[in-house]
Design a protein around this ligand. Sequence first.
Ligand code: HEM
Length: 298
Amino acid sequence: MLTMQNIKTHYFFTDSDALLLRELRPMAEDHQDRMVDEFYDYLLGIPETATLLKDSVTLQHLKETLKKWFIGLFSCTYDNQYLLTLQRVGLAHVRVGLNAHFVNAAMNVVRRFVIELLQEHYPNIQERRKFRNAAEKIIDINLDILSASYQEEELKKVFLSRSLESKLIKAAERFTYGLNLILVIALAGVSLGVVALFVWDILHIFRGDVEKGILGALGTLLIIWMMIELMDNEIKTLKGGKFNILVFIGVIIVALIREILISTLRHDMLETQIFLAGTLLILGIVYFLVSKSQQERT
Ligand code: HEM
């Protein structure tokens, strides 16, 4: 955390600079109205800054605060209280959404005003240089503190969005994990249903409907086998493994094979059986292509 003392040291601002500025105070007081008028005329001439100053009551108030700030440049007391006041001004600008560029540009107006004032009052170049150096240092220090508020606000934004981002990602991950868990439980439930279906098919055999029983049981067994694959795949995904699309295509193929088995038993129309066989062929090709592309990637 920077203190006013640190900042003054970094700008080589000495006590004699402070005393020189103190000497300039009467001159600054005499010309404060002119400086404030020039400052706001400049800002009112720029559309982006003029919109922030459209309220005449605010403008009058701002002119008064700017005068105080201007005289403060030549006050000789540059302590931590001074730093705090400037930080508050900086934050006020950030709050109203003022672009930092305009603070820099406006400070340039102040700088030029002070330099011209010195030229008017101190014709001796040696003397003028001393005052000018001190004035330039305090203006730079002011600009530094006013701009720092912007950087700190930017940093806060970055950190806020970063922590928000990681929290969102974590929440999304937990949500997906929860969904996968529900899926596994649902798959287990469905598997139990398929087992019941298998028992039902076996019962057909005992009732004398051997052909229907055996073919039905065969189809159901295929489904149980695919259910095992599906659950296995889900558990692997839960443990952080890769999602395997092939298993899903396999499930559809098995369901279709079962449908074909039943269809022949039902003596469905030829068109239906051709349609089922055609679909099976297409799915077979898709399965082959996907597994080939997976092999190439590994
Ligand atoms: C050299 C640069 C500048 C200095 C030294 C300065 C000084 C100040 C001061 C002393 C205040 C009062 C802060 C408070 O109430 O605590 C203030 C507020 C304000 N300044 Fe500046 N200003 C500068 C540049 C600008 C510029 C370029 C604009 C552009 C329009 C601007 C617009 C405002 C506004 C709108 C407020 C009121 C903020 C609020 O409502 O809280 N200032 N400024």
